[in-house]
Every structure is written in structure tokens, then in C-alpha cells.
Design a protein around this ligand. Structure first.
Ligand SMILES: Cc1cc2nc3c(=O)[nH]c(=O)nc-3n(C[C@H](O)[C@H](O)[C@H](O)COP(=O)(O)OP(=O)(O)OC[C@H]3O[C@@H](n4cnc5c(N)ncnc54)[C@H](O)[C@@H]3O)c2cc1C
Ligand code: SF4
Length: 413
């Protein structure tokens, strides 16, 4: 297999180029970059440290507010957050904050720094269902507040959807290292346990003073016309398999992808980096309405993915899909060896005692449920934050404070 899938697609900085990049920073007094981070990270402060080559100090600043700082450095849509309002854009281009943070957290890892610390034990415990970014950040915060924390996950490997993000954007070692730091603090993981199925929620409630549900949008969506077709694979299932097997997956020569979001672009790019000859992506949206980020779309196109916009799948027969144009009277037929559906993800809260309204648990106030012992976080929470890693990190912090307050006030016992 070609190694392209396994190598980070974005080159990192060197000790010289990172200082050059940091020197472009205008050291703004009001620092719009720091106001825009959902995790509360302060790029203006860590960039100042980098300018003085104080990488240790910079790493300490990153970790003040984000236990998943090395992951966010790689996957954050920085163009929507810290880099969006960067004052340097007025001169030429924004500071590359994501890559600066990546260098700093790599430095932290390579020099074996131990920054995260536990708080004094308080004799109480919290169970967290789901080891995605929300569960991991909530676990860290609660551990720091003195709670014993156990994270339960139905998968045998911790990390939630971080394990779906392709290796060339988020190397598995980065996720493993972030989780190891949490394990070193005493946070426990019980993996391969589906709460509500293998382990009743009531049992979990009897083990802990409070329970947080951070079960995410863990499942891919199927379209009725494709149900039962042996040639169809859901995008998230394929991405998970490719990543778990380090790219060693047998793929046919000709693949059809359906969907136009970032997940579809991850599939497109992964397939091309794994040397699939023909990748055709048919998308409902027109190019002007695309959901995927421009960078991901252009990246996939540059690798040779054919993207056809404005078509809806109408009929499926074996390996052939007929699409109809949304506006004009036109149809196309695409035949492929495999069909990958990238049309969204869905949550499943069966057995967890909560209901979903438009895909979120919405009991009025964010993070709480009707049960005073049960809380929610991450993509399924009714919060004002985006369904992104950093959005989930933020909900993880906020839910931890809600849980602490409920336990200390005696509402959750
Ligand atoms: C392919 C892909 C690429 C993405 N790329 C990016 C990106 O570049 N940048 C970005 O910011 N965001 C990205 N995202 C979105 C991001 O990954 C999610 O917003 C984030 O992971 C949500 O975190 P979470 O903690 O809510 O849940 P998740 O990460 O979904 O984790 C939920 C966990 O709960 C577990 N679980 C579910 N039900 C049960 C149960 N009953 N019992 C026990 N465990 C259970 C699941 O196994 C899973 O491990 C991407 C998503 C995908 C699918
Ligand atoms: S907004 Fe840009 S220029 Fe200003 S402090 Fe932040 S990174 Fe530097």
C-alpha cells in the first residue's frame, strides 16, 4: 500500500519556520483570536511564548483550557474560529494558529512534558457514557475537581468519532497519546460495554453520583432506496475500518460516493490517497451551496475526484444508481463496484432514558435531563456550540461544572 494515507497531509512547522510565523503576529491587545475559541484557548498568549522560543510555556498555555489541544490543533475549523477574526488578515493572511498549536503540542509530547494534573479526591464519582471529545474533556475537568471518573464506551477503542477522522488529518497516535494522559491521571475506561444494552442505565446510576451521556452521532444514515444492497457501505463505517487497519483495506477500482459534506470529502480524499482509480461523488447541493469546507472540496478535486453537483439519487439497481437533477429535466446513471453513502450521521439513545428532539436532548436547560442524576454533553446536547470537536470540548467543560454543582448542592446523589 502507498503510504500517502498514513502521512499528515499538512506539513508541520520547523523550529525556524514556527518562530517566523509567530513573528507575523501583531500581538493585538484585544486579541480577536482568543475571543473566538470555543475551548477558551488563548492563541495570543501562546504565540507570544513561541516568539521567545519558550515552547514549554506555550504548551502550558494550550493545556490550561483544552485537554485535547493536540487533536484540536489538527482538526479545528480554524477559519471559522480563531483565524477568522485574526487582525493580520488585514495585511496579508491570518496567522496559522492551528499549525502553531500543533508544533507546540508535538513539542510537549516529544519532550514528555506532564502538564495535566488531578485535583484532591472528594470521594464522589461520575460515570460518563461515550469516550468522544465531550466525554474526554468532561472526564478531565471532573478529575481536576476531585471526582473519580469512569468512561464507558460500546466500542473496544476509546475516542468516539476521532477514530473516524482519516489518518492523514489526525494520526491515531495523537488520539492515543491524549487518552493516555487522561489514563495517567487515574481516569478509568470500560470499553466494549453498550450502556442501555449490556449495562442498564440504572446500574450505572447506582455506581456513580451522576452520569453524563455523551453518545454523539455515532451511526451513519442509510437512505431507504439503498437498504439491503450488498454494494453499499456507510461512510463512517468505511472511514473507521480504513483507519483501524492503517489503510490496509482492499478497495475496488471504481467507487461512487453520495454526499457533499466534510465526511464525503474525507471519503473521497482517503480513497484517492489509497490509490482508487475512479472516485465519482454525486452531490445533492449545487457547488454554490456546498456544505463541505472549500479546502476539503478543492483538496479532493485536486486528487482527481469527479464531483457532480445538483443531483438526487432516484433509483438503485445492483451497482447502478440513477440520479435526477434537482432543477432541470436530466438524469444520469453511474455504475460502480461500491457505493459509499455519506449522507449524515444519527444518534441512538435507546435504553438511556432520554428523548431526542431534532437529534438533541432538549429538556429546556442545556446539559440537564428530567433525571437529576443524568446529564448530556457533546453533539447530542442542546447547546449553542457547533457539532465539532472543539464544540464538544466546550460542552464537556460546561457539563462538568453543572454536574459538580448538582452533586455539591445534593440534587444529584
Ligand atoms: C468522518 C468525520 C470527520 C470529522 N471531522 C471533523 C473535523 O475535522 N473537525 C471537527 O471539529 N469535527 C469533525 N467531526 C465531528 C466530530 O468528530 C464530532 O463533532 C465529535 O466527535 C462529537 O463528539 P461527542 O463527544 O459528542 O461524540 P462522539 O465523538 O460521537 O463519541 C460518542 C461515543 O459514544 C459511544 N456510544 C454511543 N452509544 C453508546 C452506548 N449506548 N453505550 C456506550 N457508548 C456509547 C460511541 O461508541 C462513541 O465512542 C468529524 C466527524 C466525522 C464522522
Ligand atoms: S488576532 Fe492574529 S495577529 Fe492578533 S494576536 Fe491573534 S493571532 Fe496575533
Amino acid at each position: 500500500m502507498d503510504k500517502k494515507y498514513l502521512e499528515e497531509i499538512e506539513p508541520g512547522f520547523s523550529p525556524l519556520t514556527i518562530v517566523e510565523e509567530a513573528s507575523r503576529c501583531l500581538l493585538c491587545l484585544d486579541a480577536p483570536c482568543s475571543k473566538a475559541c470555543p475551548a477558551g484557548t488563548n492563541p495570543d498568549r501562546f504565540i507570544r511564548s513561541v516568539r521567545f522560543r519558550n515552547f514549554k510555556g506555550a504548551a502550558e498555555i494550550v493545556r490550561e483550557n483544552n485537554a485535547l489541544g493536540a487533536i484540536c490543533a489538527r482538526v479545528c475549523p480554524t477559519e471559522k474560529y480563531c483565524q477568522k477574526g485574526c487582525s493580520r488578515s488585514g495585511i496579508d493572511r491570518p496567522i496559522d494558529i492551528g499549525r502553531i498549536q500543533r508544533y507546540i503540542t508535538d513539542f510537549e509530547e516529544n519532550t514528555k512534558m506532564k502538564i495535566l494534573a488531578s485535583g484532591k479526591r472528594n470521594g464522589k464519582s461520575v460515570g460518563i457514557v461515550g469516550s468522544g471529545p465531550a466525554g474526554l474533556e468532561a472526564a478531565y475537568m471532573l478529575n481536576k475537581l476531585g471526582y473519580d471518573v469512569t468512561i464507558y464506551d460500546k466500542e473496544k477503542v476509546a475516542g468516539g468519532m476521532l477514530n473516524f477522522i482519516p489518518e492523514y488529518r489526525l494520526p491515531n497516535r495523537v488520539v492515543v497519546n491524549e487518552i493516555k494522559r487522561l489514563k495517567d491521571l487515574g481516569i478509568k475506561f470500560e470499553l466494549g460495554v453498550s450502556v442501555g444494552v449490556d449495562l442498564p442505565l440504572n446500574e450505572l446510576k447506582s455506581r456513580h453520583n451522576a452520569v453524563i451521556l455523551g453518545v454523539g452521532y455515532s451511526y451513519g444514515k442509510m437512505l431507504p432506496a439503498f437498504e439491503g444492497n450488498r454494494n453499499v457501505i456507510l461512510a463512517v463505517d468505511l472511514l473507521k475500518k480504513i483507519k483501524a487497519r492503517k489503510g490496509n483495506v482492499k478497495l475496488p477500482e471504481n467507487i461512487l460516493v453520495i454526499g457533499g459534506g466534510d465526511v464525503a470529502m474525507d471519503v473521497n480524499t482517503s480513497l484517492k490517497l489509497l490509490d482508487v482509480n475512479h472516485v465519482t461523488d454525486v452531490v445533492y447541493e449545487k457547488f454554490s451551496e456546498f456544505k463541505a469546507s472549500k479546502k476539503e472540496l478543492e483538496g479532493a478535486q485536486a486528487l482527481g475526484v469527479t464531483i457532480i453537483d445538483g443531483y438526487v439519487p432516484e433509483k438503485v439497481k445492483g451497482k447502478t444508481v440513477t440520479f435526477k437533477h434537482r432543477e432541470i429535466d436530466a438524469t444520469i446513471k453511474v455504475k460502480a463496484d461500491k457505493i459509499i453513502l455519506a449522507v449524515g450521521q444519527r444518534p441512538d439513545v435507546t435504553g438511556l432514558g432520554v428523548e431526542l428532539v431534532k437529534g438533541e436532548v432538549n429538556e429546556g436547560t442545556p446539559y440537564v435531563t428530567k433525571d437529576p442524576k443524568v446529564f448530556v454533553a457533546g453533539d447530542i446536547a442542546n447547546s449553542k456550540y457547533d457539532k465539532t470537536v472543539v464544540g464538544s470540548v466546550r460542552t464537556g467543560k460546561e457539563v462538568a461544572l453543572k454536574v459538580d454543582e448538582a452533586i455539591r448542592s445534593g440534587r444529584a446523589k
